[in-house]
Design a protein around this ligand. Structure first.
Ligand SMILES: *Cc1c(COP(=O)(O)O)cnc(C)c1O
Length: 377
């Protein structure tokens, strides 16, 4: 997964300290794979996955739209060349003054999941399109999004009816099946729920037109994942099953699936030690940990492939930890990570599949460690 361009960059530039290197060619390939897999859907890249200006510029140039969660993300997408019509304010939790600012910037597409949020949008972004997010169970996802966002489908009906009454354009329904979703059937149930909301409101003369099918498309870590093509097929079949030949407009919001496999983190082994002479598990401390950008190792949810120059040698289980003085800064302990017995202090390791959700999760200066540097090539 470290492309030749990334390997060459690291060999010639030899950056010191941990850093992420992202290969734009891979992002471009991913964008085209999504386009091909779901040709009828519009792609709204989830900016939070990796907001590097080079990535946003590339995607804006390819015709992508953008899913944003704050005024700052809206401005980043616009600076990259995306017009306001191609930007959604997809966070269901927004300050009213931020909605007003987004409206001033030309944004007309907003996510809601309750009448309280609808009222804010109606007050300061009159006439805008809104879509209501429904809950999903997140089953099958390695990074589920729980109950924080969305409401039950029956409530979505009330929310969108309320929006319509207040003069907003009740545009559709959204969901997110959970991040790193490897179960191809996960979209089916959510699309069934979306269809139920469409049908119920149609009885009242409110015609919804759009389903936002969110993100969740996985990137390959240690296990193989289905291809974009397989996801496209499963989603198209589920759409047809629930909506027949009257398919709504659809949106997808890939984050991880767009940039995850495009990035590799270069790190260095700082220390290898044991807690007792007779321990067979070694502790390996890297110069990056949970606070340097690898936050998704929380509960050991995301297990990154780690490549060393000694991978041909015999391996034994290691606890893998970061360099900070917080005992939570342990990456893998419940399920120890096999690393070469010959691994040595000072060795370089590559942590693959780290293009998404790393730079943005990196702390500013915990223990004086600088935030994760990133090079986009
Ligand atoms: C984070 C997020 C995404 C991207 O999810 P991935 O699993 O990374 O594809 C899409 N939509 C919304 C609303 C999000 O919050």
């Amino acid at each position: 997964m470290a492309t030749q361009r990334i390997i060459d960059f690291l060999a010639t530039r030899r950056p010191t300290g941990p850093c992420l290197v992202v290969d734009l060619d891979v992002v471009r390939d991913n964008y085209h794979a999504f386009e091909k897999a779901l040709p009828e859907s519009r792609i709204y890249y989830a900016v939070k996955a990796n907001p590097a200006p080079e990535i946003l510029r590339l995607l804006a140039g390819l015709g992508s739209s953008f899913d944003t969660a704050s005024v700052a993300e809206i401005e980043m997408a616009m600076d990259a060349g995306a017009p306001a019509e191609r930007i959604s304010y997809g966070n269901t939790i927004k300050k009213e003054r931020d909605i007003a600012r987004a409206y001033e910037l030309g944004i007309r597409l907003f996510a809601v999941d309750c009448v309280e949020e609808v009222e804010k949008v109606a007050r300061v972004a009159p006439g805008s399109r809104v879509f209501c997010r429904v809950l999903t169970d997140g089953e099958g996802a390695e990074w589920p999004l729980s109950r924080k966002f969305g409401c039950v489908p029956a409530m979505a009906v009330d929310v969108l009816r309320h929006a319509s009454r207040l003069g907003l354009d009740a545009y559709g329904v959204s969901f997110h099946v959970g991040s790193q979703q490897t179960d191809l059937t996960a979209w089916d149930k959510a699309l069934g729920d979306a269809k139920a909301v469409f049908a119920r409101l149609a009885e009242e003369g409110i015609t919804l037109r759009m389903v936002n099918m969110g993100g969740g498309f996985p990137t390959r870590y240690l296990k193989d994942v289905p291809s974009a093509q397989a996801y496209g097929q499963a989603i198209f079949e589920a759409l047809s099953r629930h909506f027949g030949n009257r398919l709504p407009e659809t949106i997808i919001e890939p984050g991880r699936g767009m940039v995850g496999n495009a990035g590799v983190i270069k790190s260095e082994v700082v220390l290898i030690s044991k807690k007792a002479d007779n321990d067979n598990v070694r502790w390996v401390y890297l110069d990056i940990g949970k606070f340097g950008g690898l936050a998704e190792t929380m509960d050991e949810a995301i297990r990154y492939p780690i490549v060393t120059e000694r991978d041909g040698d015999e391996k034994s289980p290691c606890v893998l930890a970061g360099p900070t003085c917080d005992s939570a800064d342990v990456l893998y302990e419940k399920t120890p990570y096999p690393l070469p017995l010959s691994l040595t202090i000072g060795d370089e390791v590559l942590i693959e599949g780290t293009g998404a959700y790393t730079t943005t999760y990196s702390a500013v200066a915990f223990n004086g460690f600088e935030p994760l540097r990133s090079y986009v090539i």
